[in-house]
Design a protein around this ligand. Structure first.
Ligand SMILES: Cc1cc2nc3c(=O)[nH]c(=O)nc-3n(C[C@H](O)[C@H](O)[C@H](O)COP(=O)(O)OP(=O)(O)OC[C@H]3O[C@@H](n4cnc5c(N)ncnc54)[C@H](O)[C@@H]3O)c2cc1C
Length: 324
């Protein structure tokens, strides 16, 4: 009998999020005989269901209600538990995303099953699962085994799994919502845009980052100009965000965002492990630092020992000329 794997699709502003396709991809890899069911919660989301059915889901289950228009932990928990009760999947995969961090433990607690959180890989066979998750800033891989549970529950790290890249001809069906909006204990109020206007460095292909070596917030313009000239985004070390020079969304590292752009330029950043763990998988790393012993040079493809206020403007000039 096939292994039925239910994934929770995520969407916002009328589009499916990348994590949905990553979960579909991982579900297909998790078991040789996977039957992948995507659960889509929302309101007016039928077009998204058709996309999931083409891009990895054998079946899409749609639950629509005005109470599901925006994410709410209570409404999502209720409908995910209802879908699990009616579909009886072998495994449930949810993104290790802000919504997933919130709802997955609630669902696991509701079912009284363990939850393997933040996994990079999962293999499912005979009612058990082997999960691999990064530990200690990615220095170790932590193997977790879930034995003899139904359903197996795991959250998968964003960007860890390759998205499904084939084509499917899945079916779409609707389940009636079972929630009573009047009984929900939490409800959506409003979405507020962050100061940096929804910056998502994890998707950037070029990042130019500034560290404490920049010296003052107004001097960050030097870094910003190079980022603009290269068509990239502005990143930062924690020293910069802690000092309030830039909002937290710009912070790269273990307590910030993990990035893997094609090009990463580190300016005035020493290369502490907590920073490096968030950017070491970048395609090409250029480091500019006046200290020849700075640890950042240990992972750089090109290291420039010098004053960033001489080097960075020169690079910006070159980039602008090359573009022109
Ligand atoms: C639990 C925990 C979580 C953390 N999470 C993160 C995280 O997510 N991200 C993160 O970045 N850090 C994080 N940190 C902090 C981290 O340990 C470092 O303190 C921080 O990364 C240092 O930032 P920096 O490299 O900008 O500053 P510094 O270490 O002070 O380095 C500044 C560098 O600039 C160079 N410099 C100075 N002037 C110039 C100049 N004119 N031209 C060229 N180079 C110059 C100096 O030689 C030096 O190497 C965390 C720490 C802890 C304990």
């Amino acid at each position: 009998m096939a292994t039925k794997i239910l994934i929770l699709a995520e969407h916002s502003s009328g589009a499916l999020k990348d994590i949905s396709f990553e979960l579909l991809g991982e579900a297909h890899r998790a078991s040789a005989d996977a039957h992948v069911v995507a659960l889509l919660l929302g309101n007016g989301v039928s077009e998204l269901a058709a996309e999931l059915a083409k891009k990895g889901a054998s079946e899409v289950i749609v639950v629509e209600s005005p109470a599901l228009e925006n994410y709410s932990s209570d409404a999502y928990r209720h409908e995910i538990l209802a879908a699990i009760a009616s579909e009886d999947p072998d495994a449930v995969l949810i993104g290790n995303t802000p919504n997933g961090w919130d709802v997955a433990p609630l669902v696991a607690a509701g079912l009284m099953v363990p939850l393997a959180s933040g996994c990079a890989r999962i293999a499912i066979a005979d009612g058990s699962a082997k999960c691999a998750r990064k530990a200690f800033n990615g220095k170790f891989v932590h193997h977790v085994e879930i034995v003899d549970q139904r359903p197996i529950m795991a959250t998968m790290d964003k960007g860890a799994a390759a998205p499904f890249d084939g084509e499917t001809d899945g079916s779409v069906r609707t389940l009636e919502p079972t929630l009573d909006p009047g009984k929900l204990k939490s409800r959506f109020v409003e979405t507020k845009k962050s100061e940096s206007g929804g910056l998502d460095l994890s998707q950037a292909s070029v990042i130019v980052s500034g560290g404490r070596g920049v010296g003052a917030p107004e001097k960050l313009d030097v870094i910003r100009e190079l980022a603009d000239a290269l068509g990239g985004q502005l990143g930062a070390s924690r020293a910069v965000t802690d000092a309030g020079w830039l909002p937290h969304e710009h912070q790269i590292g273990s307590s910030g965002v993990t990035v893997s752009p094609k090009l990463y330029v580190a300016c005035g950043i020493s290369g502490a492990i907590q920073h490096v763990v968030g950017m070491k998988s970048s395609g090409y790393i250029v480091a500019i630092n006046k200290d020849p012993d700075a640890p950042i040079f240990g992972i750089a493809d090109v290291g420039v020992v010098g004053d960033l206020f001489e080097i960075v403007p020169a690079l910006t000039k070159q980039a602008k000329e090359a573009k022109g």
